[in-house]
Design a protein around this ligand. Structure first.
Ligand code: ZN
Ligand code: ZN
Length: 141
């Protein structure tokens, strides 16, 4: 079985999980859909504030927490204090560069949803690989 492809319309995504599509929630979710660079609360807030000046950083944080509870987003487990958010639309793995701290999306082969690994059925996966990215590696050599 394949992962179901989910609709990329923020209003429909919110309704799918039973959340009312308020202007703020739609704006935050749209930002995440358009910016697949694992943004922090600060990055999201700085951008959306230009369109919704009444927005507070706390309400961005609260919305993201709500999205997380409804399995729309997750935080990439980095060793930084600031959390990096990512959409949980498709399972993918991450590579974190120890030099530039950029979080890259990775598609690793051979892990499939509904595979059984050691008798455990996989429903989603988020593997973190760490090291030095190709850009930083070529700068050094
Ligand atoms: Zn790097
Ligand atoms: Zn990602």
């Amino acid at each position: 079985m394949k992962e179901k492809t989910r609709n990329l319309d923020p209003v429909i995504l919110l309704k799918e999980v039973g959340l009312s599509p308020t202007m703020q929630r739609v704006a935050i979710l749209r930002y995440l859909l358009l910016n697949r660079n694992h943004p922090t609360v600060n990055m999201i807030y700085q951008d959306i504030r230009r369109k919704i000046p009444t927005l507070s950083k706390t309400s961005v944080y609260n919305s993201l927490n709500l999205f997380r509870k409804h399995n729309l987003v997750f935080t990439v487990p980095t060793d930084e204090d600031e959390k990096h958010y990512d959409l949980r639309l498709t399972s993918h793995s991450h590579f974190i560069c120890r030099e530039c701290r950029i979080i890259y999306d990775l598609k690793l082969p051979k892990i499939n949803i509904n595979d059984e690994i050691n008798g455990h059925k996989v429903e989603q996966y988020d593997v973190i690989l760490r090291g030095i990215c190709n850009k930083c590696k070529s700068k050094k050599s």
